[in-house]
Structures are given as C-alpha cells and as structure tokens.
Write a protein that binds this ligand. Structure first.
Ligand SMILES: [Zn+2]
Length: 181
C-alpha cells in the first residue's frame, strides 16, 4: 500500500464532485438564486457592470421589487400587477439594446407604474408614512435617483430616504390619518 497512489492521482483528489468541475462552477444554473436574492436585496454594484445579466433576469428582479412594494401598500391587485407587467414589457427593448440599463431599469419601471396608477386610477403610490411628515397632507414617495443604480424611495417633502426599491415596509391601508381634518 503506497500513499502516493491514493493521494497522487488527480482522480482521487477530484472525488468531491460527482458532477464535472465545469458544471458545478457554473452556479448560474436554471434554478437561479432569484428568490433568495429578492430578500437579500441590493447586491453589490459589481453585478451589473462587468457580468452581463440576461435582460430577462434583470427584468424579473425589477418586477419582483415593484410588486413587493405594491403589496406593501396593499395595492397588489391583479389590475395593478397588470400595470407592472406592461411597464416591464415596455422597458424590455430598452435593456436589450443597452445592457447597462439593467442597473437602472427597476427605478424606471417603478416610475412607469407610479404614473400609470395615478393617471388611470388616481391612486398615489407609495404614500409617505415618514414620521417627519406626520400631520402634513398625504403625498407620495419618489424614486431617487430617477435614472441611476440603487434606486430608493425618498420623501421629497422632508428629504427622508424611506427605503430601497423593493424593501418598502408594510404600510397601513389607505391614506394616513389626517390630523385636524
Ligand atoms: Zn413625506
């Protein structure tokens, strides 16, 4: 029994992986980390730039973020989700032509949905519930930056950064109570 026979061969060393090294390394498999990433959030900026995320995957992330924030406001009705689908479809050509648009497309879609909800149904989304705005007339939050990576919901009245897009805290239904109405 000589040690070098067991340790010295490449085959024994590779016993860890039933599948070839290439397959396991390609973590981008079909069962993507989509769901986990949705909770984990705004991954580093290194994702968008160098590596080319497929447009479809980027749009799915954007859609999930916007739907999450609609749900946080109690507005994730089928009609509202349809609005999101429309906005996603409308931006698809854009990210397919300009891949770096994936960094900013979520913010764009959120703004598209805001506009559509306000125009079509008069619904302001998402309403500001910042403590700083207690007692003010109700108003909606805005995406900042309008065209940039890492969009956040910001109250422009009080200059408060409320939450990143896709992380809006659950809001009470309807407009906040107005004091002295
Ligand atoms: Zn506010």
């Amino acid at each position: 029994m000589s040690e070098h026979e067991a340790a010295g061969t490449g085959e024994a060393a590779g016993a860890g992986g039933p599948a070839g090294p290439g397959e396991t390394a390609g973590a981008g498999g079909p069962a993507g980390p989509g769901e986990a990433a949705g909770a984990g959030g705004d991954g580093g900026g290194d994702v968008g730039r160098g590596s080319r995320m497929p447009a479809t995957e980027g749009l799915l992330h954007a859609r999930a973020a916007v739907v999450h924030d609609l749900a946080a406001a109690g507005l994730d009705s089928p009609a509202a989700v349809d609005v999101v689908e429309d906005a996603v479809a409308g931006r698809r050509w854009w990210v397919e032509r300009w891949n770096q648009g994936l960094d900013v497309v979520a913010g764009q879609i959120a703004q598209d949905v805001q506009d559509r909800l306000l125009d079509d149904t008069g619904v302001r989304w998402p309403l500001c519930h910042a403590p700083e705005c207690d007692g003010r007339a109700f108003h909606s939050l805005a995406i900042v930056p309008e065209l940039g990576p890492d969009p956040h919901w910001v109250c422009e009245e009080a200059a408060v950064d409320v939450a990143p897009l896709g992380r809006l805290p659950r809001q009470p239904p309807g407009p906040p109570e107005l004091t002295g109405g």
